[in-house]
Design a protein around this ligand. Structure first.
Ligand SMILES: Nc1ncnc2c1ncn2[C@@H]1O[C@H](COP(=O)(O)OP(=O)(O)OP(=O)(O)O)[C@@H](O)[C@H]1O
Ligand SMILES: Cc1cn([C@H]2C[C@H](O)[C@@H](COP(=O)(O)O)O2)c(=O)[nH]c1=O
Length: 148
């Protein structure tokens, strides 16, 4: 995962940022801390150390955490797998405590670096969640513009 991330950073993220573009990513190293760290028990210091060494500690300016009771999230996700006959249920097959650790990790990451995270309540309609996410990003960008 780190090897893929190094390549992605070199080919997409850093050139995009250098060109003044806003780079949007669906998941990043926070997911490794949550899934492989809190979920699977890999040492968090090792994950952070690997990230610091291999990616020069490159972190997003803003991470949106779409927060939801894991029981509801699992129901949504398992429904999608069944509706679309997808065979990607590695994580969905795991029991609730695993997913509760994932949620706790994302919330802890947000609490540890509140200026780099925003928690979005995902227990709402897709339109409402999208609206909140968009307003959060817009306000974040406006604050950045006001500082420059
Ligand atoms: N606000 C919502 N209300 C009801 N269902 C939703 C909502 N948001 C997403 N879903 C449904 O939940 C399922 C999973 O959503 P989605 O694919 O966006 O999750 P994801 O977090 O991108 O998945 P991954 O874990 O692969 O990154 C989809 O079937 C989606 O339509
Ligand atoms: C980046 C990353 C992801 N995962 C897990 C989390 C998701 O359930 C799946 C699929 O991720 P996708 O990139 O959204 O398709 O993989 C993970 O365990 N560790 C990671 O670093």
């Amino acid at each position: 995962m780190t090897a893929a991330r190094v390549q992605h950073a070199a080919h997409v993220i850093r050139p995009g940022v250098a060109a003044g573009r806003i780079v949007v990513s669906d998941r990043y190293a926070g997911s490794t801390l949550a899934y492989q760290g809190a979920g699977r028990g890999m040492d968090e210091a090792l994950i952070r150390g690997l990230h610091a060494t291999m990616l020069d500690d490159l972190w997003p300016d803003l991470t949106l955490v779409l927060d939801l009771d894991p029981a509801i999230g699992l129901t949504r996700s398992r429904k999608r797998l069944s509706d679309e006959a997808l065979d990607e249920g590695r994580f969905e097959s795991l029991a609730l405590p695993f997913h509760q650790r994932i949620r706790a990790s994302f919330l802890a990451q947000a609490a540890a670096a509140p200026d780099r995270h925003a928690i979005i309540d995902a227990d709402d309609t897709p339109e409402a969640v999208q609206d909140t996410a968009w307003h959060t990003v817009r306000d974040f960008l406006a604050r950045g513009a006001a500082r420059t």
